[in-house]
Design a protein around this ligand. Structure first.
Ligand code: FEO
Length: 181
């Protein structure tokens, strides 16, 4: 049973007496809901990139993009579960359409890198907000995301660097794609 809840004779006392735990304040809740939307948008963005790579027969990169899509969904659901656990209401919103075309694999990965940097910026802003609003639980919850962004930026950044290295060499591109297949 959740800490702070008690059930007497089958009656949920917590529901009678009021909230089980302090709800997230509106400012932090809005920001969490926005981050949830951002994670779903990132998922769509990666899925669009998968489709681009499939269309140019770079299946390894396509598979890599599909894996990122799955990870972004996990991030979104982590936030959704957290909001629910705090006894607050998730607000799902319109997800912005992702880009559909890129000039080259390098451009697609540079775009992915920018997306991760934007995501890191939003997470950091959310951390600042949780701190200024003295929401310690949210602050702690977000630490996983801060660390994860460091890893994701490093991972995408390293592929960008390799793609810059191979330039227009088709064999280099073939090898990079094969490594991710
Ligand atoms: Fe949800 Fe790529 O971070």
């Amino acid at each position: 049973m959740t800490v702070g809840m008690s059930i007497q004779d089958g009656v949920d006392v917590a529901n009678i007496e009021g909230k089980v735990m302090a709800a997230i304040n509106d400012k932090v809740l809005d920001a969490l809901n926005q981050q949830l939307n951002c994670e779903f948008h990132s998922a769509f963005h990666y899925l669009a990139m998968e489709s681009y790579f499939q269309s140019i027969h770079l299946k390894g990169f396509g598979k890599w993009m599909r894996d990122q899509y799955k990870e972004e969904r996990v991030h979104a659901l982590k936030i959704l579960d957290y909001i629910n656990d705090r006894g607050c209401r998730v607000k799902l919103a319109h997800i912005e359409e992702p880009p559909q075309e890129w000039e080259s694999p390098l451009e697609a990965f540079e775009d992915a890198y920018r997306q991760e940097q934007d995501s890191s910026g939003l997470i950091n802003g959310l951390v600042d907000l949780s701190q200024s609003e003295r929401d310690h639980a949210t602050h702690l919850f977000l630490q996983w995301f801060v660390q994860n962004q460091v890893e994701e930026e490093a991972m995408v950044g390293s592929i960008v660097e390799k793609l810059r290295l191979v330039g227009n060499d088709p064999y280099g591109l073939f090898l990079l794609d094969r490594d991710r297949g």
